[in-house]
Design a protein around this ligand. Structure first.
Ligand code: TRP
Length: 331
């Protein structure tokens, strides 16, 4: 039997090229080899966007389009909308008994996120407890493997702890998942900041047009110490080269360009022109496929509904086993 993988995204905005190298590309490659489930985590997204539900509902379809555009094949992988699987919420309630408040306070991902979010009026309980609901996502689908970026590792660790505790108390029911780290977990932003992120306005979206991609690349942050094209440039920590490494399939090409850059024999404009072309070559087929699906929203919704129903079947099987093990099944 094929091993099962679960991946997921919060639908807070369209997906960008950072998502592509960090996870989407890998998902497309793995979809044949594994039994793949992809979760559009709208319930989780609401935990820090509950004041703007329209933002989440609008982006569920955008994210679905991005998945299809990059080559996720709904015949190979099952795309599931989280809110359509209430069994996850039920599992979350049971798992809450197995996690302490103190443990959640120590969760590094929650800690970092709390710092950047500044919830005035206090931390919502739903947000605070989302690692528990993510454990419910992962176990509901009986996933063996969870491909993630580094910042998600604490979530997998939390899940593993819940699984071990559950199985110890109630019997071997849940599968203890393993994380699988992606090679490029965080792509720097076009401004050179640590992470490409919609809220920082430093992203190149998968749905950006050729012209927009070109304009964004031409404005990219490069080597601030370099005044003229004849000055020797720095490649390390230069986002233009980071992107070339991530997207150019021809390593020799990039190596040659790096040497010239370091010797002051190529200008920023030429390097950026090259990068814009490389990115657009990767994005051309993605944009084309996106347009085809975007023209047919009914078909996309049908695919989402069917995927969610299939996901629900698996989750409800898990829930039945959980309830039986916890002796809350009376007939
Ligand atoms: N927390 C993940 C993120 O912010 C999204 C997510 C929700 C997820 N449920 C998941 C990822 C289950 C992997 C498995 O990116």
């Amino acid at each position: 039997m094929k091993k099962r993988i679960l991946t997921g995204d919060r639908p807070t905005g369209p997906l960008h090229v950072g998502h592509y190298v960090g996870s989407l590309k890998q998902r497309v490659e793995l979809q044949h080899e594994y039994d793949s489930y992809i979760l559009i985590a709208d319930v989780q997204a609401l935990t820090d966007n509950f004041e703007h539900p329209e933002k989440i509902s609008k982006n569920v379809i955008e994210v679905a389009l991005d998945y299809l555009a990059v080559g996720i094949d709904p015949k190979e992988a099952t795309i599931v909308v989280q809110s359509g699987v209430p069994e996850i919420a039920e599992l979350t309630v049971f798992y809450m008994n197995l996690v302490t408040v103190g443990r959640l306070e120590q969760n590094p991902t929650v800690k970092t996120e709390l710092k950047t979010k500044s919830f005035n009026g206090g931390v919502p309980l739903g947000f605070f407890a989302y690692p528990v609901s993510q454990a419910a996502d992962i176990t509901a689908f009986q996933a063996n493997l969870v491909p993630v970026g580094e910042e998600q590792l604490p979530m997998i660790e939390q899940t593993r702890e819940i699984v071990r505790k559950f199985n110890r108390l109630y019997g071997e029911v849940l599968i203890e998942p393993e994380a699988r780290l992606s090679k490029f977990s965080r792509l720097v932003g076009t401004d050179g900041k640590e992470k490409m992120s919609k809220s920082l306005g430093n992203v190149i979206n998968l749905s950006d047009s050729r012209e927009v991609v070109h304009a964004k690349v031409m404005k990219m942050y490069t080597d601030p110490t370099r005044k003229r094209a004849t000055d020797p440039g720095h490649v390390k920590g230069n986002p233009v080269f980071t992107y070339l490494d991530a997207f150019n399939p021809y390593e020799r090409d990039v190596t040659e360009l790096k040497v010239r850059y370091e010797e002051g024999k190529v200008g920023d404009v030429e390097v950026k022109e090259r990068l814009a072309e490389v990115l657009n070559t990767v994005l051309d087929p993605i944009r084309k496929r996106r347009e085809e699906y975007a023209d047919n929203p009914k078909k996309v919704l049908k695919m989402l509904k069917e995927g969610t129903e299939r996901g629900r079947d698996v989750a409800s099987e898990t829930l039945q086993l959980v309830k039986k093990a916890m002796q809350v099944k009376y007939w």
